[in-house]
Design a protein around this ligand. Structure first.
Ligand SMILES: [Zn+2]
Length: 295
């Protein structure tokens, strides 16, 4: 459970502690969602380094799949691809003290008690403790920047965001979240930060604020704040409500009825960048093998 002390609003300068949804916690499950489908449609490649199928956090990315091209990779055979999906920490609107609860966890042993009966092991289950949890219905605001993406890449990333429902370490039990896209902008620079968005929205909401927030009021306040962003330097346009709805309908269609065609077309679009790398890697690998065989 991460939190930071920050100013409540841009106008309201009281310092409060906000819950933070770290960028790592956001991007990893979203990538995993897309990769699950890439795998299902056989669009993951084998790593040139050790021949295993491309997977996250293994130091041997394939450097050829949609995920590697879009979200980047660090390790591998010398090369690196920077991510074109820039995320930030997302902040809760309300202070941490309002949205955290305590829950006692009793982890009992198979004998149905808190203790194992063996004499040498009289320690009580260490799982008996209180743990903090985030109350249901908490809202986080966040800005994501997509850099130099094609139309299909835009569909891919938005699909990952809209279709990911579980975040955090023990995601089979907790961490359910629903993402909503409130605005899409075109710009030659980054939009205001997630923190600035949260602070401006906090100012725009009618005080006093209490958990749970009314989502309609929150969405209205957020949209009011972002509608001023086209006045900022470098931000040239915001999609209208109609265009935004159409775009999301388009993304849904591509991820549903047209998924196979869509994912294959997107994967195919990297072919010109893929070939030279694949060739040079292959020949390198071959040479290495030959040398090994000879020695
Ligand atoms: Zn890959």
């Amino acid at each position: 459970m991460c939190s930071e002390f920050v100013q409540a609003g841009l106008v309201d300068k009281v310092v409060i502690q906000r819950l933070v949804m770290t960028k790592r916690k956001q991007v990893a499950p979203e990538r995993r969602y897309g990769r699950e489908l890439l795998r299902a449609h056989e669009l993951l490649y084998t790593s040139p380094k050790d021949g295993s199928l491309c997977s996250l956090n293994t130091n041997s990315p394939c450097e050829m799949c949609v995920d590697c091209f879009l979200y980047g990779f660090a390790a591998g055979g010398g090369g690196a691809q920077k991510s074109r999906i820039w995320t930030e920490d997302a902040f809760s609107i309300l202070p941490a003290t309002d949205i955290l609860g305590d829950r006692t966890i009793n982890a009992i042993y198979e004998n149905g008690t808190m203790r194992l009966k063996r004499e040498e092991d009289t320690k009580a289950s260490t799982s008996l403790n209180t743990s903090e949890y985030i109350k249901p219905g908490v809202h986080f605001l966040d800005v994501v920047t997509l850099k130099d993406v094609t139309a299909d890449e835009l569909r891919y990333v938005i699909g990952n965001i809209l279709l990911t429902t579980r975040y955090g370490a023990v995601s089979s039990r907790v961490g359910r979240m629903e993402n909503q896209i409130l605005g899409i902008f075109g710009s030659i620079t980054e939009l205001p930060s997630s923190l600035e968005l949260v602070q401006a929205t906090y100012d725009a909401l009618e005080q006093p604020l209490e958990h749970p927030l009314n989502i309609d009021l929150l969405i209205a306040a957020t949209k009011k704040v972002i509608s001023t962003w086209t006045n900022k330097r470098g931000v040239s346009m915001q999609l209208s409500e109609e265009d935004l709805t159409n775009l999301i309908t388009d993304v849904d269609r591509h991820w549903d009825a047209e998924r196979d065609t869509f994912l294959k077309r997107l994967s195919q679009s990297y072919e010109p960048f893929r070939q030279p790398v694949a060739e040079s890697k292959k020949s390198k690998a071959k040479n290495k093998k030959t040398v090994e065989a000879e020695s």
